[in-house]
Design a protein around this ligand. Structure first.
Ligand SMILES: N[C@@H](CCC(=O)N[C@@H](CS)C(=O)NCC(=O)O)C(=O)O
Length: 227
């Protein structure tokens, strides 16, 4: 699996790649990861979608975290299910939409400058030049007053908080792909920043701890600034 690496090559921050890392572990695969850089896309496998994760499974190359989850589910139906059927798949897609429209932008406004600083110098320039026109502001402006924005970010997690109060995992008694989608974004924040995005007594924090413990502590062992 090709995944974004930082100036320190062992640091692997991409929230999308973490979705796939967790999905591959869920299916019981040991994965060889290949560091990928924004400014060295020529080294990525073909077909090159221009984004990672990309997995290479024998002669199959699959890019895009959602496509990878669907591929794993179809190709390896006898291994633990990521979606639990068609209804679960549709609900996981809703979770992905919520993460990408609410949670990820909210967390970016807290931790993106820290994230930028972890990249190689060339990737920092690339990232700024591609993202700042999209945001309509500098990354410094994006994260300005992050302390003041923290309560609103935490409040935006209320749907997740209610689920975390009810079940051990978003998908119920055991984790599945929707958990990995949400977790990937928290894992990004933890890997690039020591900013405390969650209160210690938050049920979301308890859920996040369970996610860090999965698969022998796969995510907890990753090189990170946060706890
Ligand atoms: N929809 C894609 C998005 C993946 C994505 O945006 N990955 C980032 C790394 S976090 C990337 O490769 N960006 C390349 C670029 O910005 O040029 C997925 O779910 O895999």
């Amino acid at each position: 699996m090709y995944e974004i690496a930082c100036a320190k090559v062992a640091r692997r921050p991409s929230p999308f790649c973490w979705r796939s890392r967790m999905a591959l572990a869920h299916k019981g695969f040991d994965v060889e990861t290949v560091p990928a850089y924004f400014t060295e896309k020529d080294a990525w496998p073909t077909p090159n979608t221009g984004t990672v994760p990309i997995i290479v499974d024998g002669d199959r190359v699959v890019g895009d975290s959602w496509a990878i989850a669907e591929y794993l589910e179809e190709r390896y139906p006898d291994r633990p299910s990521l979606f639990g059927g068609e209804v679960g798949c549709a609900l996981a897609r809703f979770v992905q939409d919520w993460v990408e429209t609410v949670m990820q932008p909210g967390l970016a406004r807290l931790c993106l400058l820290d994230g930028l600083r972890t990249l190689t110098p060339a990737d920092q320039t690339y990232y700024r030049n591609t993202r700042e026109p999209r945001f309509g502001m500098t990354i410094e402006e994006l994260v300005a007053d992050r302390e003041a924005r923290l309560p609103a970010f935490r409040a935006s997690l209320d749907p997740l908080r209610r689920v975390a109060e009810r079940w051990d995992f978003v998908c119920g008694r055991t984790p599945a792909y929707a958990d990995y989608i949400i977790f990937g974004t928290f894992q990004w924040a933890r890997i690039v920043s020591d900013f405390e995005t969650l209160a210690g007594d938050d049920p979301v924090q308890t859920w996040r701890g369970r996610m860090l413990d999965l698969f022998g502590g796969l995510a907890r062992c990753a090189l990170a600034y946060g706890s």
